[in-house]
Structure formats: C-alpha cells, structure tokens
Ligand binder design. Structure first.
Ligand SMILES: [Zn+2]
Length: 383
C-alpha cells in the first residue's frame, strides 16, 4: 500500500515502543496514550516502516543524570516518589504535590508516571544521539514535545521537558541548536530554560496568551542577558487559518534560522493548531500542517522532530502520519487503510472539510497578524 521512498530520501528514525502508551494521565484526561498507539498503527498499516531508509528504534528511559540536564535533582526525586505512591523524600521531607505542579486536573499523579515520562525524554534523547552520531538525518520522537515542564515543577500535562533535555545534551556536544515550536500553546518551559543563553534560539508560534494557556509568549519577551534576542514569540489570534499562519511562519522562521546557522533544528510539532482541536481556537487543516512539515524538512540540516499537543483523536494520527511521510520521503494514498478504518472509522488521510472561516473574520485576523509580524520583524531586526 505504500509508495516507496524517493531516492534522495533522508535516513529517518521513528522512536516508538508500546510502553509509551501503556500508562497515561487517566481516562478523562485529554492527553490520551491512544494518540500514540493509533499513530504507530496507521503508519504500520501504510507500511511506512518497510521503506529502506526508515528504522524504528525502541528508546530506553532517560537516566536520572540525563533528566538533571535541565531538572533539579530534588524534582526528579519527587516525581519518582510520587509515582510510587510515596509522600516523603529520603531526607524525610513531606512532599506537597501541588508545590511541584501535581494533583491538579492537568497533572494527575498516575501509576508508572516516572517510567512513562522518562521514556518520552529518553526517546527524544535517543533521537538527538542518533543525529549527532550521523546514524540518521531526521528522527521523530512523536511521544515527546512536553514543552511546558519547568526545572522544578510539572505543568500543562508535561512532567519532564524532553525538548530541553535533548537540546541541552546537544549543546554539551558543542552544537548550535534552534528550537521551533508550532504547538498551539506557547513553548514556555523550553523558552524559560534557555532564556539567558545565546547557544539556543527558541521560536514559538502559538495562539496568543490572552486567550489560551499558559498565558505567556508575547512579542516583547525576547530573552535576557546573553540570551537577549534569542527568544522569539509570534502570538496569533483565534481563527488564524492555513494561509495566514504559513505567511507568518515564512516571514519569521526562515530568516531567523538562516541568521542563527543552527547545526540541528528541533521542532515541536503539536497538532492542536487544527480547526477541530477541542482545546484551542486556531484553524489549521492537515494541508497547512503538511506545509509546515515540508518547511521544516527544507530548513533543517539535521532535524529532531518531536510530538506535542493534539487532542482530537481522529486528527493526531493522520497529521503525524503525514509528518513522518515528509520526513522519510513517502507519499501515502489518501484512502485510509481498511484495517485502520475498520477499527477507528474515518475515510481519508487528508482533511476534506475546511474550517469555514468567513471573509470578515479572515480579513480581520490577517490584518492583526500582519501587525504582529511587523512588530516581530522590528524587534528582531528582520528585513
Ligand atoms: Zn499544546
């Protein structure tokens, strides 16, 4: 059912193991592990992993040492103890879960939390290692992209900040790393962890913080001290669609990446920008998201792609399948494979409906985005 990869196709690694979807945040939580299982199954049904330039690698969990590349040792210990149902540290300190971001609806403590979340971090790190060792040209850690986690607390469904861990590891190998986050939510954790360094460029395009969690990511947040100018934010209004989003991306991201001259581009590919996503209000389709994947493919000398948000279970597997198609140079037929359809329904891989944004809204959003982009260009001395 697959079409074979282009002769020029890059060596692509897909990081996956069933342990990634065996435990999760709970039945009613939007970050359903099933997102990962369905994505894996859809790619398998398309025979995406049979292409000669593709490898599926089962990652190992990140070690405690690796987690402390960005997290405090105390926080890592706290996550381990909470995960086991404990409430006291080894030095007999009582753990107040809320102090570390846990216990809310967003970040429940769940069995195997430490193992599951450190496996996501290990997945992104494995991708980084394979890229640095020249074992592949692109690696997709689709369980990663947990961009809200902070050094000492969990936030927004994120326990360990795998993007930052992978980035810090690569920086320690002497590489220049650019991070581009196209999740609908601001990449606040990654931005904060590298806010004072010029070794990492962070760029986030997101629905603006006035209308969406986590509320940060304004144009004027640009980094601090040595990091001044190395954090870039492009907040977008609700109902921004494919055309306007891609216009903004192309105005800002390629010139910034060219100026920074990164060795590796790390992209957080949250698909909660989709018009049918239940948690946010941008209006992208799989066509717009695929255009983004193609842009990253063209802009990244070496490419560590991460997953991220995306809460419509019918959308996530399709969009990430299209993403891995771009990464590995494969084009999949639009009709979903019969086995997948039999289990999960649906008809086509690509969207055949559009968000139905009326002309008045489109014009209003476009003019707002034009003024935001002009401000970004001015602040960051572009064009
Ligand atoms: Zn998100």
């Amino acid at each position: 059912m697959n079409s074979s990869a282009k002769p020029s196709a890059r060596r692509a690694v897909f990081l996956s193991t069933p342990a990634l979807w065996e435990h999760g945040h709970g039945k009613n939580h939007p970050l359903k592990p099933e997102r990962l299982r369905r994505t894996f199954e859809l790619l398998e049904e398309y025979q995406a992993f049979a292409a000669p330039n593709v490898q599926v690698i089962a990652p190992e969990p990140a070690t405690e040492e690796e987690l402390t590349l960005v997290h405090s040792r105390h926080y890592v210990e706290v996550v381990r103890i909470l995960s086991l149902g404990g409430t006291w540290t080894e030095t007999r300190e009582y753990i107040q879960p809320m102090r570390y971001g846990f216990g809310s609806g967003d970040n429940p403590i769940f069995p195997e939390m430490y193992d599951t979340e450190s496996l996501k971090a290990g997945s992104s790190l494995t991708g980084a290692r394979m890229l640095v060792n020249d074992e592949c040209d692109v690696a997709f850690s689709y369980s990663g992209g947990m961009h809200h986690a902070m050094a000492g607390y969990a936030s927004g469904f994120c326990v360990f900040n795998d993007p930052a861990i992978a980035i810090q590891w690569m920086v320690n190998q002497g590489l220049r790393v650019a991070y581009v986050d196209v999740d609908v939510h601001h990449g606040d954790g990654v931005e904060t962890l590298f806010y004072e360094t010029d070794q990492v460029l962070t760029i986030s395009l997101h629905q603006d913080g006035h209308t969406l969690f986590p509320g940060t990511g304004s144009v004027t947040d640009t980094g601090f001290a040595d990091g001044e100018g190395y954090a870039v934010n492009v907040p977008l209004p609700p109902f921004t669609d494919d055309e306007t989003y891609l216009w903004a991306f192309n105005q800002v991201v390629p010139p910034l990446l060219e100026r920074f001259a990164a060795d590796v581009v790390v992209s957080q590919l949250g698909v909660d920008t989709h018009f049918q996503d239940p948690l946010a209000h941008l209006a992208l389709t799989t066509a717009g998201q695929t255009a983004l994947y193609e842009a990253f493919d063209a802009l990244s000398p070496r490419w560590l792609a991460l997953g991220g948000g995306g809460y419509n279970i019918d959308v996530v597997p399709r969009s990430w399948t299209l993403a891995f198609g771009v990464m590995s140079g494969q084009t999949f037929p639009d009709e979903l494979p019969p086995n997948y359809r039999a289990h999960y329904g649906g008809r086509e891989l690509r969207d055949h409906t559009d968000p139905g944004i009326d002309d008045h809204t489109r014009t209003r959003v476009r003019s707002k985005v034009e003024s935001i982009v002009a401000e970004v260009q001015k602040i960051h001395h572009l064009a």
